[in-house]
Write a protein that binds this ligand. Structure first.
Ligand code: ZN
Length: 325
């Protein structure tokens, strides 16, 4: 396979060294001609929102826990997430028109980068997990809707080709392997194509590369740094797992309360529950994000499709029967 060794262009160096960090642009794939960047962006605008499975399929209030893991793999992914542990902060860089739309990620602070856990950006099947001269340890996952994600320069791979993964499955650790991995970082790419087309490391594979739309942010090229260049500091991974409750109980709403979706680091409003309404709330898996108690609201929804959250203070809701199911 033909490879081009990517070294840090001047523009990228200026951005990357602004705070004396040593992150440099990398890339193991042959990059499509510069004219294609605009085409990808144009195409991305038409496809920027990943398809979301229909509401019927999302909402399965009666199938709790037991099949949860396998379902997570079988269900089509709802969106892509940062492939990094919940709550961690990372610096994301697209560098320039040649490297873009691939992302380089280093942890903040950067010295923690090497050995950090890399997680699947969504559920799918490992298409390959192998050694490559330029990319080092590389993993590619095939997702639904024709999406692929690829992870380069890994220190270690922890999945095998053909393996089913779900979002948050550990697939390896961040390293600097391969001749292009000149400093510890994760080189991450998103691709979209038809059928089983090869999307990485093959001739013209780069034409399938897509702008990374990692919930809740799209890393396009409008963040400075010149054409294709962009740098985003302190990007928090929202790829958090939250178990679905196994027991539920009816609660009566005694004061209007917000339904909230968990955005990984904070709750966001998602409608209201009117006073007098009776709802089913989870008996376990309450959370205390800000010293406040929350419970899962049965019936799907939420960023992870496992139910919205409701403040469970007796000021808002009162349990009217015991836990069941
Ligand atoms: Zn890179």
């Amino acid at each position: 396979m033909k490879r081009t060794l990517r070294t840090a262009p001047l523009a990228a160096t200026a951005v990357g060294l602004a705070t004396a960090l040593t992150l440099t642009a990398c890339g193991a794939t042959d990059v499509a001609d510069s004219g294609s960047a605009a085409a990808i962006e144009k195409d991305h605008k038409n496809n920027s929102a990943l398809p979301v499975q229909n509401a019927q399929a999302q909402s399965q209030p009666n199938s709790h826990q037991s099949k949860a893991a396998s379902d997570a793999v079988r269900k089509p992914m709802r969106r892509l997430w940062m492939p990094l542990p919940c709550g961690q902060k990372w610096r994301v860089n697209t560098w320039d028109a040649q490297h873009w739309p691939a992302l380089d990620m280093v942890r903040e602070p950067q010295h923690k980068t090497e050995g950090s856990t890399v997680r699947a950006a969504a559920s799918g099947t490992v298409r390959f997990a192998k050694w490559d001269g330029g990319a080092g340890n590389v993993v590619q996952i095939k997702h639904s809707y024709g999406y692929y994600t690829t992870y380069l320069h890994l220190k270690k791979r922890s999945v095998k080709a053909g393996q089913k993964v779900k979002r948050t499955t550990k697939i390896g650790t961040v390293g600097q392997t391969g001749s292009n991995g000149n400093t510890p970082h994760l080189h991450f790419e998103v691709a979209k194509g038809k059928g089983n087309a090869n999307h990485w490391g093959e001739d013209k594979g780069d034409k399938y590369r897509k702008v990374a739309n990692l919930y809740p942010k799209t890393y396009n090229d409008n963040n400075g740094g010149g054409p294709g260049g962009g740098e985003w500091r302190n990007q928090v991974s929202h790829s958090c797992s939250a178990p679905k409750p196994t027991k539920w109980a009816p609660f009566k709403v005694v004061k209007e309360v917000n339904k909230r979706k968990w955005a990984g680091t904070k709750y966001e409003s998602s409608g209201k529950l009117k006073k007098g309404k009776t709802v089913m709330l989870g008996c376990n898996h309450t959370r205390k994000p800000d010293g406040k108690l929350y419970r899962r609201l049965d019936g799907g929804g939420g960023a992870d499709g496992r139910g919205l959250w409701v403040r469970s203070s007796t000021k808002y809701v009162k349990q009217t029967a015991g836990c069941s199911r």
